[in-house]
Design a protein around this ligand. Sequence first.
Ligand code: ADP
Length: 403
Amino acid sequence: MNILVINTGSSSIKYQLFNMDSETALVTGLAEKLGEESSILTHTPAEGGKGKFKVEKDRIADHAQGLSRIVELLIDREYGVIQDKSEIAAVGHRVVHGGEDFQSSTIIDEAVIRAVKDNIPLAPLHNPPNLKGIEVARKIFPDAPQVAVFDTAFHQTLPPKAYLYAVPHGLYWKNRIRRYGFHGTSHAYVSHEAAEFMGKKPEDVNLITIHLGNGASMAAVREGRSVDTSMGLTPLEGLVMGTRSGDIDPALPFFLAKNLNMSLDDIDRLLNKESGVKGLCGMNDMREVEDSAMAGDKKAGTALDVYAYRIKKYIGAYYAALGRVDALVFTAGIGENSPLIRGMCCEGLEELGIELDKGKNEERSKANRDISTADSRVKILVIPTNEEKRIARETKRILMSRT
Ligand code: ADP
């Protein structure tokens, strides 16, 4: 069974075609700069796959043209990996915000589309392009079921004590203001993989999952269900990120408006695009920050301290929330690749039963692995995330449950 996974942004379409009998990606690709003069389509067959690598730099007017071109490449004699689009059994879509309407992935029908539209105020930058992707895929694949996999769904199991802000209650029931959390597809994927890696079922383990990419978030996962997470109503809350501040004193925006005459748009830009690690040291690529800190740049060193200290505080908080923790799970670009950050986050936590094996932490690998000492009561795992594979798995699960 082949499943096409698409993740549609405002001017881009990321895609992967999976053979779900072997759970392997046949091809990965990205159409970007849609609508611009020189759009770029990069089509990369899996290693050892039959198609060839291709980069095109022709104008692609919009998402409809982009997806049509992607399908042409998928079935192309030279670059393709299938003969005909009828070999695609279903399309899985990443949808950022499902609000409180979706606790799980779902087959897309008119009611689902209406609900995703209703949630646009909660994700004004993401849900509209996700809907566009759904609309064009339904036209191009009229016979293939379409499945929506929501970034927020995994966190719908948070209890009210974790998702409510202590603000007047009407803001929740009238205006749906609460903590939702994001990166759910990644937290769900690594939780599942971590349990399997430990030879257990997801419902038998308690985990703290730590997703450190450009955006960053953590989740407390009890017996396979998310019970707390660090992002909130928007992805701004929680950890220090590449360019986002994460947690701040909520009075900071008033201070900036009153004393520095900043507008709401200025403050939005400041906290989302000019803060975080970039705000602290001027760089947001973690490799660059680490190299500069090593070379003696004090601001970069301090940025790393602030970054890792916030994660450590959340580890403590989620340890307390869960009571028993079986493993910390590091994932995404920084979590998978930075021994320095992992080491800083775990430093001094031995009394909590968290003991890092320094040698294993330094080893480079793309595999799921355990980097804790043999005696560590809490395992420390590195599990590369794969949100597309999770979307393909969910799409297959939903298809199978219908037959
Ligand atoms: P996104 O959230 O956009 O998917 P990624 O998960 O790819 O991002 O993570 C990007 C981050 O990972 C960047 O800050 C990058 O510098 C960092 N990163 C990638 N490789 C390394 C490495 N070897 N050491 C430190 N940081 C790394």
